[in-house]
Design a binder for this molecule. Structure first.
Ligand code: SAM
Length: 289
């Protein structure tokens, strides 16, 4: 006997002819924020899942992986970041991880959609975990591209925690945006980017790396496997003029990590260094022959 599946399924169609679906045991929200369509569902495996314009952004179950790797790799490689800029990051996960670092004096977060912040604070509280109430936060509701063009502030670490290059996120993958980011880095500073799954979104990584090669002495990426970013490992872009950042030893990373009062669920000094070992198909996107 076949049973009719009466559950609601949320399908992500980011990759054209490849789709992934999640059973929505409850659809908690399906709304327009004025910038994007925001949907929040409950899923038996991933917990609460937030999507924007049909693309999975964050889930309670696996968010720690992406947020630890996009934050602690640049922060621990740098070792003494005091001023940090987060572009996007409306769910507060990156902000939570940045504020774990005792040297951070100010974290400026530029998020285009206040609805995502307000919504995440209320409905995904474990993601921000109180970070939005930290006095070191400077929250700016604005387009990140306009902010980096106009700001006179300078930063040690810039973290681009954007959506994919669709809708409001598209401007965060342009040469002019990266050029302004490079200009506002302090000496020895580093920028990291959310660059999708290269097996399915190779052009996105190739475009960022082409821009980074023109701007930085070091233009590379590192990999992280996030279960809900389907299609293989995800690439996180890494650009800096400080060539020492790629050579920090595992022992030094461990000493720096020990200054943070928490036990990561994914990050480790060994994983940090191994993440920069790229398979050939990714190397070719970073540095075409
Ligand atoms: N972890 C997710 C991923 O890997 O796709 C990204 C999470 S976070 C929710 C992405 C954020 O980028 C969203 O809150 C979205 O509103 C924000 N965003 C998109 N375009 C932006 C822009 N031009 N300026 C600032 N924030 C932007």
């Amino acid at each position: 006997m076949t049973t009719r599946d009466t559950a609601t399924w949320i399908t992500e169609a980011l990759h054209g002819s490849f789709r992934s679906s999640y059973r929505a045991d409850r659809v908690l929200f399906d709304t327009e924020t004025g910038q994007q369509r925001l949907v929040l569902v409950d899923n038996a495996i991933f917990g609460r899942m937030l999507s924007l314009d049909g693309v999975t952004q964050v889930t309670e179950r696996d968010e720690f992986i992406y947020h630890e790797m996009l934050t602690h790799v640049p922060m621990l490689a740098h070792g003494q970041a005091r001023s940090v800029l987060i572009i996007g990051g409306g769910d507060g996960g990156i902000l939570r991880e940045v504020l774990r670092h005792p040297d951070v004096e100010q974290a400026t977060m530029v998020e285009i959609d206040a609805g995502v912040v307000d919504f995440s604070r209320q409905w995904l509280p474990t993601v921000s975990d109180g970070a939005f109430d930290d006095p070191r936060l400077n929250l700016v509701i604005a387009d990140g591209a306009a902010f980096v063009r106009d700001t006179r502030d300078r930063f040690d670490v810039v973290i681009i925690d954007s959506t994919d290059p669709i809708g409001p996120g598209e401007v965060l993958f342009t040469d002019s945006f990266y050029g302004h980011v490079q200009r506002l880095l302090n000496p020895g500073g580093v920028v990291v980017t959310q660059n999708g799954v290269p097996f399915l979104q190779g052009d996105e990584l190739a475009g960022t790396m082409r821009a980074f090669r023109a701007l930085f002495q070091v233009a590379t990426c590192y990999l992280v496997t996030v279960p809900t970013y389907v299609g293989g490992p995800m690439a996180l872009g890494f650009g800096t003029d400080n060539t020492d950042l790629l050579n920090v030893t595992e022992a030094e990373l461990a000493a720096r990590l020990a200054r943070l009062d928490f036990a990561p669920g994914y990050y480790s000094p060994a994983v940090h260094r191994a993440a920069f070992a790229l398979p050939r198909y990714v190397e070719k996107l970073v540095e075409p022959d």
